[in-house]
Design a protein around this ligand. Structure first.
Ligand code: ZN
Ligand code: ZN
Length: 343
């Protein structure tokens, strides 16, 4: 064990994770490469065991390692809010990691992958998975044979495509129940209708606790509020900065004031702002926060990579996973506050 720690490969200390329902933020930025923040991705724990991935944009693969989530082999469900690159690019890399961690060997296949159905230029989620891993024509079809060669079990997926029309589906739908956890979804509007971007939001409930993931959306359909009602945690797309905080007819993301209004209307306990898009200078984030707080009186948290939040005990149990001394990285807010203090 000591030797493994020296190699930076310590096994996860499950006791350091919160009980009940909890989430680790793998990526709070995107879509441009930036310091400190990977693109969108989240891990949901049920009683300290990682069970669900939500999205998986660039950099989330590394964050899984950095967060010592080596038991990701226990993950049985992957939820895609949509298939933009900054939400899905690490899919094959993380799948390979899961199976090298003996997912197939331990007969834990198939991996359930859920996301929106096809629309416009976007494939369905099933087609997306197939494009990578279909045994006959997938671009990584070699991986089936590779798994056989190393006697690592079977690679298999169980996919589900969700209706995406936010004008048709106006109430949350339960899509999966597993080990006391239930997952619901609702379609959301991510850009002008002409952009034909299929996108959905998810809610995970377990033991009276709940976490809602907005995915990317503008606030036009009103659907997210219906899904997020009374959530303990709502993680919201804050890609749109205050400079764009006006009311154009249709945009891809939600202006900060509308985020605050949605959180208030949904009556959530804790609102987590995430998916900060560059240029993301701390002053911009402070202005986003101020605009949100003008509308929402509850607790607001600015997401940072590898921050873990418990739905059970609220934000008071949030942690970055590492102690400050050990952490090689500092979040933008931390650096900003330190700079203010040093002046
Ligand atoms: Zn995005
Ligand atoms: Zn997007």
């Amino acid at each position: 064990m000591e030797r493994m720690q020296a190699m930076g490969e310590a096994m996860p200390d499950k006791r350091s994770r919160p009980a009940g329902l909890a989430v680790t933020i793998l990526g709070s930025g995107g879509p441009m490469a930036m310091t400190q923040r990977a693109s969108a991705g989240y891990v949901v724990y049920r009683d300290r065991v990682p069970r669900i991935l939500v999205d998986g944009g660039g950099g989330t693969f590394e964050r899984l390692g950095e967060g010592r989530i080596f038991d990701l082999v226990r993950m049985d469900t992957w939820l895609f809010t949509h298939l933009h690159i900054d939400h899905s690019a690490e899919f094959p890399a993380i799948v390979k990691s899961m199976y090298f961690l003996r997912r197939g060997y331990n007969k834990m296949s198939p991996l359930t992958v859920i996301g929106p159905d096809a629309w416009g230029d976007f494939p369905s989620t099933s087609e997306f998975v197939d494009a990578y891993f279909n045994k006959e024509h997938g671009i990584y079809r070699y991986f089936h044979h590779f798994m056989e060669t190393i006697k690592a079990g079977d690679l298999s997926f169980d996919t589900k495509d969700l209706a995406y029309d936010y004008d048709q589906v106006k109430s949350p739908e339960k899509i999966l129940t597993r080990d006391g956890m239930s997952i619901s979804y609702i379609p959301v509007m991510h850009g002008p209708r002409a952009s034909k971007t299929p996108a959905v939001a998810y809610r995970v409930d377990y033991a009276g606790q709940s976490i809602t993931f907005s995915g990317d959306l503008n606030s036009k359909s009103g659907n997210l509020v219906r899904l997020a009602k009374g959530s303990d945690i709502l993680i919201y797309d804050a890609a749109l900065g205050p400079a764009q905080d006006f009311d154009p007819p249709e945009v891809f993301h939600t202006p900060p004031a509308d985020i605050g209004r949605a959180a208030k209307e949904a009556g959530v306990k804790t609102l987590v702002l995430s998916h900060f898009m560059p240029p993301y200078v701390p002053m911009k984030i402070e202005r986003i926060l101020a605009a949100v707080k003008d509308e929402f009186d509850g607790e607001v948290i600015l997401a940072e990579d590898l921050m873990t939040l418990s739905a059970q005990r609220g934000a008071s149990s949030s942690s970055s996973g590492d102690t400050q001394e050990e952490s090689p990285r500092k979040g933008p807010m931390q650096r900003f506050r330190e700079r203010l203090q040093s002046q």
